[in-house]
Design a protein around this ligand. Structure first.
Ligand SMILES: Cc1cc2nc3c(=O)[nH]c(=O)nc-3n(C[C@H](O)[C@H](O)[C@H](O)COP(=O)(O)OP(=O)(O)OC[C@H]3O[C@@H](n4cnc5c(N)ncnc54)[C@H](O)[C@@H]3O)c2cc1C
Length: 440
């Protein structure tokens, strides 16, 4: 044992032996991707060791989809690939080997019934992410698989361009342990939701092995606003609205659906979808704002006619009562302040200019964007291992033989809808098959 507590297990004929066992494949990270890889590798006869940093594997998986786990999506391949950024084509070959119907079949064959919901989203019929976790763990309950928890992988051992093992810290004893093996998969995830074990460790491991890391930034993350009335709008949940993203010059993107205001900004499905763009552009120093259209079904002309009708209806009644028919109560005060309308005034006293102001506000209320929320609060990490340095057919590094990457650590991230988990499952599955093929 060295002075800093290095334990060197027995080493025998190029395979490592830990506690008297010989492994063909070490997997760093027991999350969605690592567990799928481990199960598949064992199914193919490989002796596997999973090294997982947390006290138990798949912590993140158990909270996915708000505890329901959106396992994949029914979108056809071409559409699926488009949902993956920055270039989903990297995953074409792995998807050809293990795709959404395989994921659905995988869980159903293990007793987890899967249902299809709006937007092509697949969930367990039980609505319990735990059922998905249990099925994956059962897949890994195999004589050929050992799982070590509280085992934080720190470094790859590389000799002459070939992986020869890994170094991990046993978090229970604080000992550094070196284990030998010629095939290692790094499936340690990204840099968000740190409480689930993903703290960006993989980027350093990959960098030390000579890989380039594309800039990390949050994707699928709430957006922080610089909005004077944030306190008043906090808690408001809006449905069927259109949110568009603008820089100083033009509209960049838009989404239709739901959003929700919180203490510092705004979140919800449409905001998450736009947030990748926001994070990337804010990072480049652009000034951005949202425009919120409360009445996307009405064009300007129809909106004006609707206002004329509402004003005529209330007539000598209060402006407040007219606004009540157009927006949630929580918004009335904010609308009045932003448009200068007097809510106690008479409707019939409103002039054309005031009506125009109200119409513009309803169709394009402006929300200045300050930033995105910190990466730890993002659902997915964008950026990661440069895809040019990874073989898209095998997930093996093009720089270091025997080193594989899978899941979120790669420079891939996707929309909500089950695309991220599919990418994690497929890349893990194919990495395992590649190791089997390599070993022969
Ligand atoms: C709140 C939330 C909800 C989500 N919901 C969905 C959803 O419904 N559908 C969907 O498709 N995607 C969803 N995602 C995204 C999805 O969970 C991830 O993209 C996916 O889990 C990535 O899989 P992975 O195996 O690469 O990483 P992870 O599943 O994050 O697993 C990585 C594992 O590696 C371990 N690890 C980290 N560092 C080390 C180390 N140094 N040594 C050893 N082990 C280490 C971690 O503890 C972790 O167990 C959600 C994400 C979040 C945060």
């Amino acid at each position: 044992m060295s002075s800093y507590g290095l334990i060197c297990p027995e080493y025998n004929n190029g395979a490592f032996i830990l506690g008297g066992k010989r492994y063909d494949f070490i997997i760093a990270g027991g999350g969605a991707s690592g567990l799928m890889a481990a199960g598949r590798a064992a199914e193919l006869g490989l002796k596997v060791l999973i090294l997982e940093k947390m006290k138990r594997p798949a912590v993140k998986l158990s909270i996915t989809g708000k505890g329901r786990c959106n396992v994949t999506n029914s979108a056809p391949l071409a559409e699926f690939i488009k949902k993956i950024k920055p270039d989903g084509r990297f995953l074409r070959q792995v998807f050809n080997r293990f795709f959404s119907d395989d994921v659905v079949g995988f869980f159903e064959n293990r007793g987890v019934k899967i249902k299809l919901e709006r937007g092509g989203r697949y969930f367990p019929e039980s609505d319990k992410a735990q059922d998905i976790v249990k099925a994956l763990l059962k897949y890994c309950e195999h004589d050929l698989i050992d799982i070590r928890t509280q085992a934080k992988v720190e470094k790859m051992i590389i000799e002459n361009g070939q992986v020869s093992g890994v170094t991990y810290k046993d978090l229970a004893s604080n000992k550094i342990i070196e284990v030998k093996c010629e095939n290692v998969l790094v499936a340690v995830g990204g840099d968000c939701y740190h409480s689930t074990g993903t703290t960006g460790d993989g980027y350093k491991i990959a960098k030390d092995a000579g890989h380039k890391i594309e800039k990390i930034f949050p994707a699928l993350v709430p957006v922080e606003l610089d909005f004077k009335y944030q306190k008043e709008i906090e808690g408001l949940h809006l449905k069927n609205i259109n949110l568009s993203l603008w820089n100083d010059r033009k509209k960049l993107d838009e989404e239709f659906g739901e959003c929700e205001f919180n203490k510092k900004g705004v979140t919800g499905p449409i905001v998450l979808k736009l947030s990748r763009n926001v994070a990337e552009l804010i990072g480049k120093g652009e000034n951005l704002h949202f425009k919120l259209d409360f009445k996307p079904a009405l064009d300007d002309k129809k909106m004006d006619n609707r206002l004329i009708r509402e004003i005529e209806k209330i007539n000598k009644g209060r402006v407040y009562d007219m606004l009540k028919s157009l927006m949630p109560l929580q918004l009335i005060d904010i609308c009045a302040k932003m448009t200068g309308l007097n809510t106690d005034g008479r409707c019939s006293d409103l002039n054309g200019e005031q009506r125009k102001k109200l119409r513009l506000w309803l169709k394009s209320m402006e929300l200045k964007i300050k930033d995105v929320f910190p990466i730890n609060e993002a659902i997915v990490t964008a950026g990661g291992i440069n895809l040019k340095e990874v073989n898209p057919k095998t997930m093996e590094s093009k720089l270091v033989s025997g080193l594989y990457f899978s899941g979120e650590i790669l420079n891939i991230d996707a929309d909500t809808g089950g695309y991220n988990l599919q990418a994690a499952f497929s890349t893990g599955f194919v990495a395992a098959e590649s190791v089997r093929e390599k070993i022969g």
